[in-house]
Design a protein around this ligand. Structure first.
Ligand code: IMP
Ligand code: MG
Length: 194
């Protein structure tokens, strides 16, 4: 689903000095995540001991909703990493940093990586390559709440995407602007700051 800015009426929300325009309400996000969960459940249904790896910090709310919508024969194992590509508040630097990359031995397992958003694609590219090199997974899939395909600099496609959006800067539901607004219970475009 692509957001067509010309055809929607948005609610604006003031948070401190920022204006945030709602793109997807809490209800829409939850409904979409439930659909993703159903699809993932089907795909992972008969896979042995699936592992879900959440990429901190942005993915936490999505991850927690999504996992509770996944129902597979074998129980899920949950792991976390923290990846960052520091740069300005709205542009990543392109260099992926690994503040926390401490995974148990998950060699040859069936892995689902959960990301908040795929922008340039560098973070996901780095992490998928890392997992392949370290653990030679049997299955390696990527779920992202948001996808901005127009920004891609690397050839990468998520297997499960919540919403495909234009080149907007989005906050809420775990996504931040300079570490702010992660707690907003909806997905919104940061239209003005300060
Ligand atoms: P990529 O490596 O360029 O794909 O970017 C990945 C990271 O940049 C995401 O995990 C986010 O932390 C951040 N990012 C990219 N676009 C946005 C956005 O619109 N809002 C908030 N964070 C974003
Ligand atoms: Mg992130």
């Amino acid at each position: 689903m692509v957001v067509d800015l010309s055809k929607r009426v948005y609610k604006d929300k003031q948070v401190g000095t920022a204006t945030i325009r709602e793109l997807y309400s809490t209800e829409k996000v939850k409904t979409r995540i439930a659909e993703m969960g159903r699809q993932i459940s089907e795909d992972f249904q008969d896979m042995e001991r699936p592992v879900v790896i959440g990429v901190m910090k942005g993915a936490i709310f999505f991850l927690s909703d999504l996992m509770r919508c996944i129902d597979t024969k074998d129980p899920l194992q949950l792991e976390f990493v923290r990846l960052a590509s520091y740069g300005s508040a709205t542009e990543s630097s392109g260099v992926v940093q690994t503040p926390y990359l401490d995974l148990p031995n998950i060699a040859h397992r069936n892995i689902l990586v959960v990301e908040d958003i795929i922008d340039s694609g560098r973070t996901a590219r780095f992490f998928l390559d890392y997992l392949r090199g370290q653990f030679d997974p049997k299955v390696l899939k990527l779920a992202a709440l948001l996808d901005k395909p127009s920004r891609r600099v690397t050839d990468l496609q998520a297997d499960y995407v919540g919403f495909t959006i234009d080149d907007l800067f989005v906050v809420g539901y775990g996504l931040d602007y300079a570490e702010q607004f992660r707690e907003l219970p909806f997905l919104g475009e940061l239209v003005q700051f300060g």
